[in-house]
Design a protein around this ligand. Structure first.
Ligand code: GLU
Length: 494
């Protein structure tokens, strides 16, 4: 039974790098029909951020990766929060003390610093094990008083990483690392080895920052008589230029923020999965189900993955076109399949659009969908359907085609358009008839589409982008279309 885990530390928000690790672990588990576990690694009290634990748990759920065992839902190996497992780490630590493989650190911080400085001065690497005490034990009251260190057994290692391939390291990297700090909390180095064993995790999927420590973990596994899980190290995520690790300054946001900014969940997950993985074909668009079916660690690349937001935007456009109108509409009002999920995006409609019926919103959505890049574009593309916009003549004056047309000509064009369109009766107010009429109008006025249609578009929408004119007229209705043409004409007339 494959069991993978996502083991976030509650030190901040749902960084895309962490979410990618979670996703890969989720996909490996679901692909194999195994279990996906969420474990909170909250043993570094200095780095902990208030509320980050709940935030991350919620993010993993909102992002569509329900876990089978976790801090809030329990499971056969509960608790899943390391700060509630301190007793367990002590039991394992006691085993190491009993077998002579752990000792209470007798040195003070100052003494350690002195040894470190000496090693630096001699241009030698500092190794703690060179300063070990000669007898290894721990006084009965070590816990909460002194740090407990691992008594390492330096040796060379060769191991296999599912992504990075066959790796090796010499004995010089093996050292006596801290297992339990003097505050009684375990280190990551110790706690994750214990928990992965107790929770029967078959795979460790994690970031590259842990790779240098793996030989030390292997040393600890041996001391504990444990078989290490399968390890898979995911490549770094690089900035857009691909020349350094992605940092906050490169614009990478909290994963949930992308949803709030109007990216669809499907697009975001598709994009995050593609950070270091492809299926070996040209296919770029994958649903979550397809990812589950096709994902394998073997196809995760070793080299860094570029974080290209333009690609995310492109995927978003693809997914916006793929969702059926009803589902897309559900996303625009801040829910999915009728359910409102906390932490999920807001209602994306503008103030007037929010006041409209769902039916009317769907009608509008169906004509603006082709121009939507993110759901956050909705107000700009749709408010004018719900409320009469304020004319903004600078838009016309700044338009390359229209700025050349003098006022009296603009007036004539708009008046002619109004007169001609008014000849279409309400019952015939349909896209095809409107298109024909507009074409006739083009000949009649001896004008060009960017000029005639551009001007009418502005008069109807006062928006930089709008759907095709016939569709716009249909949605506005005959009366409103003619009224808006009139208003614009009157303003030029003044
Ligand atoms: N708590 C570690 C982190 O957040 C987890 C690393 C792991 O997956 O083992 O980076």
């Amino acid at each position: 039974m494959i069991r993978t885990r996502f083991a976030p530390s509650p030190t901040g928000y749902a960084h895309v790098g962490n979410i990618r690790t979670a996703l890969f672990a989720y996909l490996v588990a679901r692909h194999a029909g195994g279990k996906f576990i969420l474990r909170l690694e909250d043993t570094d009290k200095n780095r902990e951020v208030d509320g980050a634990d709940d935030y991350i748990l919620n993010a993993v759920k909102v992002l569509g990766m329900p876990y089978d065992e976790g801090p809030d839902i329990g499971g056969p190996h509960a608790p899943y929060r390391q700060s509630q497992r301190l007793e367990t780490y002590r039991v394992w630590a006691d085993k190491l003390i009993a077998s002579g493989r752990a000792y209470a650190d007798p040195l003070t911080a100052e003494e350690i610093q002195k040894f470190r400085d000496e090693a630096n001065a001699a241009k030698k690497p500092f190794l703690y094990r060179n300063h070990r005490p000669t007898t290894f034990d721990a006084p009965a009251d070590w816990y909460g008083q002194a740090a407990l260190r691992f008594r390492s057994d330096p040796q060379a290692y060769q191991w296999h990483d599912e992504v990075m391939g066959d790796l090796s390291a010499g004995p010089e990297v093996i050292d006596d690392f801290v297992l339990i700090k003097s505050d009684g909390y375990p280190t990551y180095n110790f706690a994750h080895v214990v928990d992965d064993a107790e929770m029967e995790c078959t795979h460790i999927i994690r970031g590259q920052e842990f790779l240098p420590s793996v030989p030390n973990y292997l040393n600890l596994y041996a001391a504990l008589d444990l078989t290490p899980p399968i390890m898979a190290t995911v490549p770094h995520i690089l900035n857009e230029a691909g020349n350094k690790k992605l940092g906050k300054r490169d614009g990478a946001k909290d994963a949930l923020e992308y949803l709030r900014d109007g990216y669809l969940l499907e697009a975001l997950i598709n994009f995050i999965a593609s950070l270091g993985w492809n299926d070996g074909t040209e296919q770029e668009i994958f649903s979550l189900d397809e990812l589950i079916a096709k994902f394998s660690l073997e196809r995760v690349q070793k080299s860094g993955a570029r974080f290209d937001e333009k690609r995310l935007a492109w995927m978003n456009g693809q997914w916006i076109k793929r969702l059926d109108l009803g589902e897309l509409h559900a996303r625009t009002v801040g829910c999915s399949e009728g359910k409102v999920v906390s932490g999920q995006p807001p209602n994306f409609w503008g103030p007037a659009g929010q006041g409209a019926s769902a039916e009317r919103q769907r009608e509008v959505l169906s004509v603006v969908v082709d121009r939507l890049k993110t759901l956050a574009d909705l107000p700009a593309l749709s408010e004018y359907f719900f409320a009469r916009p304020e004319p903004n003549w600078t838009m016309v004056d700044e338009n390359k085609q229209l700025q050349k047309i003098p006022g009296p000509d603009r007036l004539l064009l708009l008046q002619t358009a109004a007169t001609e369109l008014a000849k279409i009766e309400s019952v015939d107010w349909q896209a095809e008839n409107l298109q024909n009429k507009l074409n006739e109008l083009l000949e009649q006025t001896n004008s060009k589409p960017p000029i005639l249609f551009g001007l009418i578009r502005f008069a109807l929408t006062w928006a930089p982008f709008s759907p095709g004119l016939p569709e716009t007229c249909v949605l506005l209705g005959r009366d409103e279309t003619l009224a808006r043409l009139d208003i614009a004409s009157n303003q030029i007339g003044k």
